[in-house]
Design a protein around this ligand. Structure first.
Ligand SMILES: Cc1ncc(COP(=O)(O)O)c(C=O)c1O
Length: 462
């Protein structure tokens, strides 16, 4: 039996044995490993009993909030009844029921649900589906992917190849070939890209969308299979689509017979006040990839959702999609997802986000009186706050300043002040916020108060 351990022993074990993800382990030579032991609603608690506001819903995951015993009970009930069975030529009721339910939420004829264990696998599955679909339908040379600068799409080597963050890819090159980047929709810095048009969001959006057509032309339409786009791009700090952007992207995809993949690993399940964010922005994808909020994180699960058209060739003769994951659509996870979606409906979480997102924005916008705050952008319960050296010129920080500001001060100071969120410099430096969807005005105020204090101190240190 495992003995209860004291904090000190566990700290030593963490430092000696645990390999944390995306973590500079040397930081923990001098700092303890923050160890979260419990969650309740919008709050988490560390091993010393200190309470924090979970300003990132774990990692854009815990939509329904922490401590939902009914989700834990759904998991326990399912594990007792049928702990595991694969979806390899067999099914179980949870996977069937969830596939039907997810298909009903998904826009248009996105009716076919392929389960994975997470988002990266969903992205990987979508690219493989796109390639095989075109092989089966007489366009075997269509295989390339277009995606956007600074966008993150996951860590499997295909998904990482689609990712637009050169620094994150470099250690693992050569990656899967055949992916190409186009500009993202960072309107705040549109004057610094090759965009030369008016400071008008619609015009900028058309320009950005047209870069996709240009990339398809450069590569050859006969070679391009898919475009992968997030509804709101996370990495870089929340770039919502300019008005008209997705309408134009859809037109381009139709013109060149290129599949539009909406990577909604973050944006689905209420983050933007809808089950799927494509609905919010009024476009029809050919594939949606999702994960995270589907179970509110009470068990791991992801999905790739495809249209009837894409499934059709796989329904015939001896064709099959030779692809799968042992734990994809795990019975415990599908049971938890069903219970989680029940909470969404019973508590009207999407409606709550739509009703209160304006208050969230207004509260965050109070911070624009701080000289370090350059831009506040996002939608729903999903915001990025870009930090600058000069509000007027939008001058950003150099690498050394980012290092001192984000890693040296902000991340630690925010956590110390009781706010768990993320200070990120994969693009320009931003603070990312995505609280659980049950958050209300009191939570927005607490976020604003802590940010105001910590950002004021950060400015004083510069
Ligand atoms: C847009 C997007 N796609 C894919 C992924 C990868 O998901 P996972 O970490 O579940 O593999 C993420 C993760 O944050 C993401 O934000």
């Amino acid at each position: 039996m495992t003995e209860p351990r004291n904090d000190e022993d566990r700290q030593r074990a963490a430092k000696d044995h645990l390999w944390m993800h995306f973590t500079r382990h040397s930081t923990h030579d001098t700092h303890e490993v923050p160890t979260i032991v419990r969650g309740d609603g919008v709050h988490i608690y560390d091993s010393h009993g200190k309470r924090y506001l979970d300003g990132l819903a774990g990692l854009f995951v815990v939509q329904a909030g922490h401590g939902r015993t009914e989700l834990a009970e759904a998991a326990a009930k399912q594990a007792a009844e049928l702990a595991f069975f694969p979806l390899w030529s067999y099914a179980h009721p949870g996977a069937i029921d969830l596939a039907e339910r997810v298909a009903a939420y998904a826009p248009g004829d996105l009716n076919r649900v392929f389960f994975t264990t997470g988002g990266g696998e969903a992205v990987e599955s979508a690219w493989k589906l796109a390639k095989q679909y075109f092989k089966l339908t007489g366009k075997p040379t269509k295989h390339k992917v277009i995606s956007r600068a600074i966008a993150y799409h996951g860590t499997p080597q295909g998904a990482l190849s689609i990712t637009g963050l050169p620094g994150m890819k470099a250690p693992f090159e050569p990656l899967v070939p055949s992916t190409f980047r186009v500009p993202n929709t960072n309107f705040y810095r549109s004057a610094e890209t090759s965009y030369l048009g008016p400071a008008d969001e619609y015009a900028f959006g058309q320009w950005a969308a047209n870069r996709i057509a240009e990339a398809i032309e450069f590569e050859g339409p006969d070679t391009v299979a898919a475009v992968f786009l997030e509804p709101v791009q996370n990495s870089g700090g929340c770039f919502p689509p300019p008005p008209g952007y997705f309408e134009r992207v859809r037109e381009i995809c139709d013109e060149y017979d290129v599949l539009l993949v909406s990577d909604e690993v973050i944006c689905a399940f209420g983050r933007l006040g809808h089950m799927f964010a494509a609905e919010r922005y009024g476009y029809q994808p050919d594939i949606i990839t999702c994960a995270k909020g589907l179970t509110s994180g009470y068990s791991p699960l992801g999905a790739m959702i495809a249209t009837d058209r894409l499934f059709e060739p796989f329904s015939k003769g001896d064709n099959s999609f030779a692809h799968g994951y042992t734990f994809g659509g795990h019975p415990v996870s599908t049971a938890v997802a069903m219970a989680n979606l029940d909470i969404f409906e019973r508590e009207q979480l999407n409606e709550h986000v739509r009703e209160t997102e304006g208050d969230f924005r207004t509260t965050l916008e109070k911070l624009t009186d701080l000289p370090i705050v350059g831009d506040i952008r996002g939608d729903g319960y999903f915001y990025g706050i870009e930090l600058v050296k000069d509000q007027k010129t939008k001058e950003t920080f150099d690498d050394a300043e980012c290092e001192r500001l984000l890693r040296g001060f902000l991340s630690g100071a925010l956590f110390e002040a009781g706010l768990y969120c993320r200070a990120d410099d994969r693009g320009d430096p931003v603070i990312q916020l995505a609280p659980p969807l049950i958050a209300d005005q009191a939570v927005f105020d607490e976020i604003e108060t802590i940010l105001r204090d910590v950002l004021t101190r950060a400015w004083a240190q510069l």
